[in-house]
Write a protein that binds this ligand. Structure first.
Ligand code: ZN
Length: 245
């Protein structure tokens, strides 16, 4: 099948979404999304971004697959345990959509390399699982002025926000108020939900549909269930974005 016909058929069920159209699809195809972490959140986010036709995805994760990952990290198989996750995920995503570029990166993100890793990305998706690396990514996103879609999970609770300081808070303006992420229980359904919501924020931003979750924090309380969206403000004393304008 010629590429153009394949393209039309592959994206036929999304292109009629109001505000999407051929233009929105073209913008997705021209975008580069940097997915930091390909665990539970990353598996969900990257899957829907690849399926939607984001033209270039960088999958950055230095971890090897562990058996205890498989309750939530659904891009992998039991036989993959012990192998590095980024190339495994890239292979699965290429099988899903061979018409996009997927770059696995095994670099461990830190303060020194984060901005370089983000490079020319259009959006960063924070699918990380520890605060230290999140802070490095936050600082790099601020330095490069690339918007970042943040999510975090614990048990049946999830948080989500679209961060683009100085228009919105940055991660460090509000994250200290969140519960500490010390190896919390993470049933697969929670990152599946929150990673999908991250992909939705990215797709909205790239196509220009609707309003990003900017200056607001979405809180999913799965036990009740309830979804709240609260306003969040910049912290004038924030060590990361203080004085940014
Ligand atoms: Zn800040």
């Amino acid at each position: 099948m010629p590429r153009s016909k394949r393209h039309t058929e592959r994206y036929a069920r999304q292109i009629d979404t109001p505000g999407w159209g051929a233009e929105g699809q073209k913008r997705l195809g021209a975008s580069h999304v940097f997915v930091a972490g390909i665990g539970g959140l990353g598996c969900a986010a990257a899957t829907y971004l690849a399926a939607a036709g984001v033209g270039k995805l960088t999958i950055c994760d230095c971890d090897l697959l562990e058996l205890s990952n498989l309750n939530r990290q659904v891009l992998y198989s039991t036989v993959d345990v012990g192998s590095p996750k980024a190339p495994l995920a890239a292979a699965r995503l290429r099988a899903l959509n061979p018409d996009i570029e997927i770059i696995p990166d095994l670099t461990e993100i830190d303060h020194a390399n984060a901005a370089g890793l983000i490079g020319d990305a259009t959006v960063v998706v924070d699918c990380l699982d520890n605060l230290e690396t999140r802070v490095a990514l936050n600082r790099a996103a601020i330095a490069t002025r690339v918007p970042m879609v943040y999510a975090a999970c614990s048990e049946l609770t999830g948080h989500l926000s679209f961060l683009r300081p100085p228009d919105t808070p940055c991660l460090e303006c509000f994250v200290s108020r969140l519960p500490p992420a010390v190896e919390p229980a993470i049933p697969g359904v929670t990152p599946a939900t929150m990673g999908s919501l991250q992909a939705m924020e990215v797709v909205k931003y790239l196509t220009g549909i609707g309003e990003p979750l900017a200056g607001r924090l979405l809180i999913l309380e799965g036990t009740e269930p309830r979804i709240d969206v609260i306003q969040i403000e910049r912290d004038p004393d924030c060590p990361a974005c203080r004085g940014l304008s």
